[in-house]
Design a protein around this ligand. Sequence first.
Ligand SMILES: *Cc1c(COP(=O)(O)O)cnc(C)c1O
Length: 314
Amino acid sequence: MAAILLDIKEDDEVIMPSYTFVSTANAFVLRGAKIVFVDIRPDTMNIDETKIEQAITDKTKVIVSVHYAGVACEMDVIMDIALRHDLFVVEDAAQAIMSTYKGKSLGAIGHLGAYSFHETKNITSAGEGGLLIINDERFVERAEVIREKGTNRSLFFRGMVDKYSWVDIGSSYLMNDVSAAYLWGQLEKIDEIQKNRLKSWNLYHESLKNLEKYGYIELPTIPKECTNNAHMFYIKVKDLETRTNLLNCLKDNGINAVFHYVPLHSSVAGEKFSRLNGKDVYTTKESERLVRFPMYYGLEKNIDKIVQNIKKLF
Ligand SMILES: *Cc1c(COP(=O)(O)O)cnc(C)c1O
C-alpha cells in the first residue's frame, strides 16, 4: 500500500538496507522499482545514514528505514536528507511496535510507516497481518480506496456518496474479522506482553555480560535516543564458524537459536531487482556473526538453561 500511495513506477529507485526481510523490497519491486541497497552500521545493524546521500540519483523516490530489532535508525538525519532531496521516507517498523526515537513512536516519523503482526512479532493477529500508518494527510483518502479493492466503499459507508464504484487501483488489504479479534486481545495485553519481554531481554543481557567482558561475544547496542521494545535478543560472535558451532551446540540441547538475513543484494532475486551502492563493508560480515536467541512471552523461566548452554561452549 505504501508503494502504491507513493506512485512508485517502473525505474524509480528506492533506497534501503540489504540487511532486511524480503517484504521490505517486494513492496516496491512489485511496482517496478529498482532497489538500491546501502550498507548498515555495525552497532545497530540499521542502514548507515552517512552512506545514504551518495546513493541518491535523479530517479530516487523513497528511503526506507528498517528499525532492526525494534531499535531506531538515525531518523533526524534520514528525515533531513529526504527533505533536502524531496524524497519520501517509509519506516519499516515491522519489528518496532512500542519503540521510540527521541520520544516519538517508530512508524510515526516518516511519511508512512508499516507494522507487521506476523506470528514472529511482539504482538500478532494470529499469524499474518499488518498496519499502515499514514503521517501525511495527503495520503489518507486514497489509502481508504486502495485497501478496499480500489473502490470508494468507505465514503459510501459514511454516507458521503450515494453508491460506490471502482475509482482507482487497489487490492484486498483489509484484515479479516477473526484476525482482528485476535489482535484486539493482544492489544489489550500489550503492556503486560512488553513488560514480560523486557524482563527476559534484561535477564539475557545481565547473564551474558561476563562473556562480553572477556571478549567472547558482543551484546546489542541501544543508542541513548532510542528505546528497546525487546523484539529480539541477539549477540554477535567472532565469525561464521563460531556461530555454526554455537547453533549446533544449542540445537543438541533442544534450544532453537537462529540467524538471519541472507543479505538481499546477494540473493537470487536481489541480483535481478537491485544494485548495491558503495561497498558491502558490514552487511555480510556482521550478518554472518549474528545469533538470535529464543524470545517470546513467558520465556523467562527458560533463560537460565539457555545461558548455561551458551557459557558451556565458550
Ligand atoms: C516481519 C518483517 C516484515 C514484514 O513481514 P510480513 O510477513 O510482510 O508481515 C518486514 N520487514 C521486516 C524487517 C520484518 O521483520
